[in-house]
Ligand binder design. Structure first.
Ligand SMILES: [Ca+2]
Ligand SMILES: [Ca+2]
Ligand SMILES: [Ca+2]
Length: 321
């Protein structure tokens, strides 16, 4: 059976049917086809190099969209008698201004920067699904690469990479893309709320706001596995899927007693003391709503890849070095 004709061969065949005497026209035709592909690519991507060849995306689909949050002070953790022990003591935290991606990083966004899809797509690898099966280290590597890519469009004012890819140390003076700290993540998720979820305390309302395991709640979110990002209502600051879909890596090393140690009202707290695990936030599609509360702290080793774990990016200068 004949092989299907590759598109380039069909193109050459079509070109060869142009009347031979007019080589000039043929040349013009080739140039026109070339420009037809090249001009929108350059204009649309603003100089971005795209792996994988497809160039139909608009720039806004390629770059994670940042929502810039004002700095502020909030109560981190849960009040006495609520939540797990590592959510206590509830304490005041002050943060400076930062930008956070309005959705989880998508498969498409990840693939365009790294040239790779997640290794396990069993639960969904559509372009607009959250990327998952990425370790903390994969995430840091992606964010550095995203920073380098963005710098191609701003040679006069380059962003600086955040992570040392040998030691995984975070340079807090960096201006490029990075993971949120736990404090930044919770501040962003709460969006001014003081309740268990950003929409209130009633878990039976969660199906409007996030993709979780809804077996034990009186509502249905219509997704038994991954949902495309942004499928549910945003929180008050316009951020999607802060509850559920995939767990999101944060920068911090996990320390169950970190809140006791960080009560000194330092600005921009982050646990830089190496431990066995990094902290994750927000719950996922196969966890019950109680795990999706704004204050819940979850943990995995930084080399762990799992189909319930993805990431969200942050950018912004941190004044504390
Ligand atoms: Ca249900
Ligand atoms: Ca669900
Ligand atoms: Ca999430």
């Amino acid at each position: 059976m004949a092989e299907p004709t590759p598109p380039w061969r069909a193109l050459l065949t079509a070109l060869s049917e142009i009347p031979v005497p007019v080589w000039g026209i043929r040349l013009v035709g080739i140039l026109a086809i070339g420009l037809a592909f090249t001009i929108p690519t350059l204009a649309g991507l603003g100089g971005w190099v795209v792996y994988g060849g497809a160039v139909s995306d608009q720039p806004e689909n390629l770059r994670p969209r940042l929502v810039w949050l004002p700095g502020g002070t909030f109560m981190m953790g849960s009040p006495e008698g609520v939540g797990d022990s590592d959510e206590h003591p509830q304490h005041e935290v002050t943060l400076t201004r930062f930008g956070i991606c309005e959705t989880e990083v998508t498969v498409r966004q990840y693939e365009l920067v790294t040239g790779e899809k997640p290794s396990d797509c069993y639960y969904g690898c559509d372009d607009d699904h959250p990327v998952q099966t990425v370790s903390w280290e994969d995430s840091a590597r992606y964010l550095n690469a995203l920073t380098r890519l963005e710098n191609r469009t701003r040679p006069e004012d380059p962003l600086t990479e955040c992570y040392d890819e040998q030691t995984w140390a975070w340079d807090r003076r960096c201006t490029g893309y990075r993971l949120p700290t736990e404090a930044e993540w919770e501040y962003a998720a709460r969006a001014g709320s003081t309740t268990a979820f950003h929409f209130g305390d009633d878990k039976h309302e969660i199906c409007q706001y996030g993709n979780i395991n809804d077996a034990q709640v009186n509502c249905t979110d219509n997704y038994s596995i991954l949902a495309p990002v942004g499928s549910f209502k945003a929180n008050a600051w316009g951020l999607y899927d802060m509850h559920g879909n995939v767990w999101e890596w944060t920068y911090d090393w996990y320390d169950s007693s970190f809140y006791e140690k960080s009560q000194s009202k330092d600005e921009n707290p982050a646990n830089k003391n190496t431990a066995s695990d990094r902290t994750l936030r927000g719950g996922s599609f196969d966890f019950l709503p109680s795990f999706a509360r704004s204050a819940v702290r979850f943990r995995f080793t930084p080399v762990f890849r799992y189909w319930i774990v993805g990431l969200r990016c942050v950018r912004g200068p941190s004044p504390q070095h």
